[in-house]
Design a binder for this molecule. Structure first.
Ligand code: CA2
Length: 156
């Protein structure tokens, strides 16, 4: 069974309590419930965690080695600043999808730059909680395709 880690970055624990017009009405718990529902439907194992600390996110990414097949991450404000998170993703070589609740490309100029996007398979931005579900579905499809390709290579 595929094992996927979902990481939420700083301040996302406040979801659904303020700035609802930007980040949506749902609480983080509700987002995690929706992620869990999709995971059960798709028959994958998903673990979701949130941290306000860059180092903790880096440690969790490092610890995915041998534990998880892929990562879905909303690095929140660290998207725009964290070489450490980017380096950790590269170091473990984990297929990663970057997700954002808001469309970071139509906000303040400093949000347009992502240090994570160049090392991710792709980025989904602007669909509130649905961004996570799209990101999760994308990474599941990617893992299945990769597995099918590997089987095809063995038999040919
Ligand atoms: O749109 C996104 O998902 C962001 O990653 C959210 C970050 C922001 O710094 C990024 O530029 C885009 C901010 C997360 C803060 O979340 C809050 C949620 C509710 C209330 C206050 C903050």
């Amino acid at each position: 069974m595929f094992r996927i880690l979902v990481l939420h970055g700083p301040n996302l624990n406040l979801l659904g309590t303020r700035e609802k017009s930007i980040y949506g009405m749902q609480t983080l718990h509700e987002v995690d419930m929706a992620i869990g529902q999709l995971a059960r439907r798709e028959g994958v194992h998903v673990e979701a965690r949130q941290s306000n600390h860059e180092g903790e996110l880096v440690t969790w990414i490092q610890e995915t080695h041998g534990q998880f097949h892929a990562l879905v991450i909303n690095p929140a404000a660290y998207t725009h600043t964290s070489i450490a998170i980017r380096d950790a993703i590269v170091a473990v070589g984990l297929p990663t999808v970057e997700v954002h609740l808001s469309n970071i490309h139509r906000r303040e100029p400093f949000r347009k730059r992502s240090l994570i996007a160049p090392v991710a398979l792709g980025q989904i931005s602007g669909f509130a909680a649905t961004s996570y579900l799209l990101g999760l579905q994308a990474i599941i499809d990617y893992l299945r395709r990769k597995q099918a390709d590997a089987k095809h290579d063995i038999t040919t």
